[in-house]
Structures are given as structure tokens and as C-alpha cells.
Design a binder for this molecule. Structure first.
Ligand code: GSN
Length: 223
């Protein structure tokens, strides 16, 4: 039998958070090894387990996987969260990529030179480019694609919660997305994940940023 799933990343959201969300919805238990020091990172490099010298890295089914999208796709396929056929799957992937683009912008804010300006741009893009797409897709259907829960729905929920943390009331012009959120948080595994004490990570703080600077020995700002 394959062992437990183990996530190798920082003790924070970053690129791993969507993987935590998807495993949670698939009801897969996981352990985490937190990267806190440059020595730990060098050890992973010298062990040859990071294909591109990057994390996230996930041990699952006897493999050591890297590349966030590849990992998400593997979990989505395995747990039937990737659309029912090829045409549904490409739609799931399109929605998912859009959501990930937006989440990546938010993720990078603490590492930027002018966080306030970055946030303003993100808010405008969210309202004008991204949220209208999802508002339209959810005008009737319960889920984004094929009447069936997929990884795109899970990522959209994660993203909309992140947006609301940053921009209070941002969903007030998007009632279909708000209703979608309400339905998604009723899913028992999601509901548990949203409770205090779960494996969901908080918003990045100074300690999180310092850890990344230490692990990769980088200088801020990086953009
Ligand atoms: O999506 C992915 O997993 C990859 N395409 C990118 C992963 C990545 O950029 N990982 C960073 C840390 S997480 N933050 O963005 C990383 O390991 N950087 C170290 C490096 O030398 O690139």
C-alpha cells in the first residue's frame, strides 16, 4: 500500500495551498514537512528530489511530484475532479488557469516593491477581467463545468475567499459567485477546512516572508 501523502513546502499558503484544498476536498489525509532553513532546501537538492530545484514537492503513490499544475491535475484525475470527458476537462483547465493567474498575483504581493499599487491593479483585474467570467458561468449551473464538482470549483472558492480577505465586499456585484461560495462551504470537507485548527494556512505575514528569504537566500523586493 502506498504511504501517506507528504507535502514539502513552507508553513504558509503560497503555491501549495491549492494542493491542500484539493486533497481536502478529495478527503485525502496528508502530512507536511515545513521548509524553514536554507540547509533543509540544500538537503532536498542534494537528495535529488526536486526536479527543477523548486517546491512544492508532494510525495504521493510512491512518487515525488513537482510542478503545482501537474500535481493538481494528478489529484483531480485520481479523485474524479477533472470533468467527465475531454471537452469538459479543457474547460475545467481554462477556468482553473484563469483562477491560478489571479491567485498568483495575490501571492506575490508581499514580495513586491509597492504592495499597495499591486493590490489596486489586482482589484481592477479581478472585477473587470476574472470575476465577470465566473459570474456568467454560474448563472444557472451549480458548478462551473458539466454539472459536476471539479478542481476549478475548488480553486475558484479558494480564490474568492482570498479576494474577500483583501477587498471587503468585492463580491457584492457578483451574486452568482456569492451563492456558489455559499453552496461550496456546505460541503462537509470544505466546512471542516474552514474551521480554526485545520490545515488551511493564514494570510502570509512577516515571518512567512522572512522564511522564504532565508530558505532561498534571496533579496527583497523580487518584483
Ligand atoms: O508551479 C510550480 O510549481 C513551478 N512552476 C514554480 C514553483 C516555484 O516557483 N517555486 C518556488 C517557491 S514557491 N513560490 O513561488 C521555488 O522553489 N523557488 C526556488 C527557485 O530557485 O526557483
Amino acid at each position: 500500500m502506498a504511504g501517506r501523502v507528504v507535502l514539502h513546502y513552507f508553513n504558509g499558503r503560497g503555491k501549495m495551498e491549492s494542493i491542500r484544498w484539493l486533497l481536502t476536498v478529495a478527503e485525502v489525509e496528508f502530512d507536511e514537512v515545513y521548509l524553514n532553513t536554507n540547509e533543509q532546501y540544500k538537503k532536498l537538492l542534494s537528495d535529488g528530489v526536486l526536479m527543477f530545484q523548486q517546491v512544492p514537492m508532494v510525495e504521493i503513490d510512491g512518487m515525488k511530484l513537482v510542478q503545482t499544475k501537474a500535481i493538481l491535475n494528478y489529484i483531480a484525475e485520481k479523485y474524479n475532479l477533472h470533468g467527465k470527458d475531454l471537452k469538459d476537462r479543457v474547460m475545467v483547465n481554462m477556468y482553473s488557469e484563469g483562477v491560478m493567474d489571479l491567485m498568483e498575483m495575490i501571492m506575490m504581493v508581499p514580495f513586491s516593491q509597492d504592495p499597495k499599487a499591486k493590490l489596486d491593479t489586482i482589484q481592477t483585474k479581478a472585477k473587470e477581467r476574472y470575476l465577470p467570467v465566473f459570474e456568467k458561468a454560474l448563472s444557472g449551473p451549480v458548478y462551473l463545468v458539466g454539472g459536476k464538482l471539479s478542481c476549478a470549483d475548488v480553486q475558484l472558492l479558494e480564490c474568492t475567499l482570498m479576494l474577500e480577505e483583501k477587498f471587503t465586499g468585492i463580491l457584492s456585484d457578483f451574486p452568482n459567485i456569492k451563492s456558489f461560495q455559499g453552496r461550496m462551504i456546505q460541503i462537509p470537507a470544505i466546512n471542516r477546512f474552514l474551521q480554526p485548527g485545520s490545515k488551511r494556512k493564514p494570510q502570509p505575514d512577516e515571518t512567512y516572508v522572512k522564511t522564504i528569504v532565508e530558505v532561498f537566500q534571496i533579496k527583497l523586493p523580487i518584483l
